[in-house]
Design a protein around this ligand. Sequence first.
Ligand SMILES: Cc1cc2nc3c(=O)[nH]c(=O)nc-3n(C[C@H](O)[C@H](O)[C@H](O)COP(=O)(O)OP(=O)(O)OC[C@H]3O[C@@H](n4cnc5c(N)ncnc54)[C@H](O)[C@@H]3O)c2cc1C
Length: 336
Amino acid sequence: MRAAVIGGGVGGLAAAIGLRRAGWDVTAFERADGLPATGTGLGIWRNALTALDQLGVGDQARRAGRRQPEGTLRKPDGTVLGRLSADVHLLTRPALLGVLADALPPGTIRFGSTVTWQECDVDLVVGADGIGSGVRRSLFGVEPRRSGAVGWRGTVDFAVEAGGETWGRGVKFGLTPQADGRTNWYALTAPDADLSVFSSWHDPIPRVRAESRDVLRHSLDYLPALPSYVTDRVALIGDAAHAMTPDLGQGACQAIIDGVALASVLRSGDVPTGLRRYDRERRRSTQRLVRRSLMLNRLARVRRFTAVRDTALRAALALAPTPSWSADLEPDELAG
Ligand SMILES: Cc1cc2nc3c(=O)[nH]c(=O)nc-3n(C[C@H](O)[C@H](O)[C@H](O)COP(=O)(O)OP(=O)(O)OC[C@H]3O[C@@H](n4cnc5c(N)ncnc54)[C@H](O)[C@@H]3O)c2cc1C
């Protein structure tokens, strides 16, 4: 049985490894000319690490990343609202893609190849082509929507002791220590704001902002719920199926879990039945995460009643240092 994976991102490579392990002959097509050399950090949660274990690359991923130390949720003046503790490893995107690509035989990924699902003459097509998915557009005609926020990301060449997030009025800033002694950061603002809004915030945020080069700025978009993730021979995975705002740090994690779930239901070789099962197993839980991420995004962006919000956050974190929005994912979503 032959499969074509369209997109060599996190989801596509995870699916390619899983399908190969399930006995499929797989080719992954990636439009970029090679693996990325640079990229910021991705928080890979326990659910995705377990999925990576199932692909045989969990230990390599743990070694390539850094387990996040306990962090804090703060106000812009540095007041601690609570402690954040979760089982998350931070890997740079190139490190994660490198671990996945190393698990595939040479030649499995065809770089510099932009393809459509219609031209793939195979038993199974995996649409792993990201938020702007051409596969999804052609099958379902659904386009991503703007959340109304923009995300900023970067790295600096110095270490911070601990990570965490700081929430202000309509904006937030996050710090995550990397394995190489550098620090990954991200921020969320309104589209018309710039990073100067953080210059009066607590240390080390102004220094991080001042010393960052190559800052990335994205519109933060999400995907409205699709009626299905499959047809009789095509499956959508990752952002192509359920792009979410990054507030839960689950987009790449869920893409990996999709890849593992898809490979597992296709062991038997009965493609239409396996794809229906994949849709049943993955659609509801991932669409719930899209909604929760968006809700958290909106909570971080409130401009009024922030004192009430902060009091509620303080109370929630006192009860559960693993933030409620991630603790709530147990057991079905965190288990994938
Ligand atoms: C600011 C920010 C922070 C984030 N932080 C986290 C985090 O901490 N943890 C987490 O889990 N997730 C995080 N995410 C989400 C994560 O980046 C995405 O969910 C993840 O990259 C999705 O993987 P994917 O493989 O589905 O798609 P992508 O990574 O977008 O890969 C799709 C690939 O398909 C290729 N492609 C597209 N069209 C074609 C075609 N026609 N032919 C061939 N190739 C094609 C593209 O070149 C690309 O390589 C974050 C996102 C943002 C924006």
